[in-house]
Design a protein around this ligand. Structure first.
Ligand SMILES: C[S@@+](CC[C@H](N)C(=O)[O-])C[C@H]1O[C@@H](n2cnc3c(N)ncnc32)[C@H](O)[C@@H]1O
Length: 198
């Protein structure tokens, strides 16, 4: 990201602390509060480019854990022995086949976001489409007790997505981390403790 009008405290801090994006502070805040990512975890990061969430997770899960990142674009500035990248469009992925390929996961995180057009209705609907696909993937790959964190733009359908998460997780939280820009409509839904596989 350039040093233009969007530069803020978190952008500067990310550069100083060698994180690949300021978004890391959203995940860090949620993780500090809910302790979702632990040593040895097997994690799936949907929409991982440029890689700050994977960078954070790969440090936290340590050498016995594993982070698999999926995106349309390969993170070109991040690599780690416990990180594996799959280039794919999540909308074309079959969740069941992905589960077979990856094996079960302890945590699924999704920061998936569409290229915004500025047209509110269209952007919200594309964000919801990505969030629903992320949930379908999480439901397919998560172990019992696992967690799912998902970004979505606020809109009418958000309650429907939350209701769907309530069917699969023991508790669901809606979170707006401090690092979310004031003008942004993004929120994060967190599903804690995946219930038994349905
Ligand atoms: C906000 S960025 C993620 C930032 C990342 N969490 C980080 O900390 O570096 C959103 C990402 O979603 C990806 N994305 C959007 N639609 C996608 C799709 N259909 N399949 C895979 N990735 C997608 C974009 O390519 C983009 O890299």
């Amino acid at each position: 990201m350039g040093r233009g009008t969007w530069e803020d405290h978190y952008t500067r801090r990310a550069r100083e602390e060698n994180w690949l994006a300021r978004s890391v502070y959203k995940l860090e805040e949620i993780d500090k509060k809910y302790k979702i990512i632990r040593r040895g975890h097997r994690l799936l990061d949907l929409g991982c480019y440029p890689g700050s969430w994977s960078q954070y997770c790969s440090r936290k899960v340590g050498p016995k854990g594993e982070v698999v990142g999926i995106d349309l674009k390969k993170p070109d500035r991040f690599s780690a022995p416990n990180f594996r990248f799959l280039e794919a469009d999540v909308l074309s992925l079959d969740p069941g086949r992905l589960a077979d390929e990856l094996g079960t996961r302890d945590v699924v995180i999704s920061d998936l976001a569409p290229q915004t057009s500025g047209i509110h209705v269209a952007d919200t609907s594309r964000s919801m489409e990505l969030a629903k696909r992320a949930l379908a993937i999480a439901v397919a790959v998560l172990d019992r007790g696992g967690c799912f964190l998902c970004k979505v733009f606020e809109g009418e359908d958000i309650q429907g997505l939350r209701d769907e998460m309530v069917r699969h997780f023991k508790a669901v939280r809606t979170i707006r981390p401090a690092a979310v820009r004031k003008a942004s409509r993004e929120v994060y839904l967190l599903g804690l403790n995946r219930l038994h596989k349905s």
